[in-house]
Write a protein of this length. Sequence first.
Length: 281
Amino acid sequence: MKSLLRYTLDLFEPSKAVDSAYPATEMVANTVFRPPHADRQVRFGQTTVGYRFQRARRRTIGFAVGPDGLVVRAPRWTPLYEVEAALQEKAGWIVRKLHETQERQARLDGLRLDWCDGTTLPFLGESVILQLDPAHAFLEAGAQLSPAAPCGPRTLKVGLPLAAEPAQIRDAVQAWLMRHAKDNFQQRLNHFAPVLQVQWHKLTLSSAHTRWGSAKSDGSIRLNWRLIHFAQDVIDYVVVHELSHLRVMNHSAQFWDTVRSIVPDYGNLRAQLKDDAIPKW
């Protein structure tokens, strides 16, 4: 059974780690959060929150707030009145997270890339300018990053004609980023695994929108290729997080102590995963 256990690093912090206190004055009157998938709703004062309700094989009632709103999962035997009571108990945390998610989504919407010559995108925490270069195919790489300069952003030259369609440009850049992401992640996994005295066996790139990484006890690691947009120390935190699960397959105090032993400032780096907006693909 242990091999079936899978632990994940989410974009959103677990509810048990957050104080549910949230001043009533901050629960804006007549606010409505009702995503399309919602099949139930609850009222917190004058705030109405729609949510998706799921019965699941779990021991406790769980809450998750993400781009699709609030999802509530409860054991099959838990009566609805207990679910409602748990929602009211976590009302402050839920409303705060919904507001934060809306604000973050607004930032992401403002970062939709215009796939054309001259577009700027983040790569390893720095801005890179996209330049179409029809004179070069750049062999199998499809693109080439200019050397670092004393000042100004680097240039990513892509072997496409100036009249290339936006989808062509997007796909070429994504392929280049994914290749670099896999190389980068493998190097960092190989660097940190011996330090943590664990072994990883397989790396898979993920394109999930609400999860940065996951680990299975058989040594399989999944990492989101979009991490390549972040600075190296943020990537290293996620790598260490997942490798630490190969030692401690939960999010207990022992697990966080393991992460802290390698990345003492993991809290600040973890916050960047939520606060630093990356391009909308």
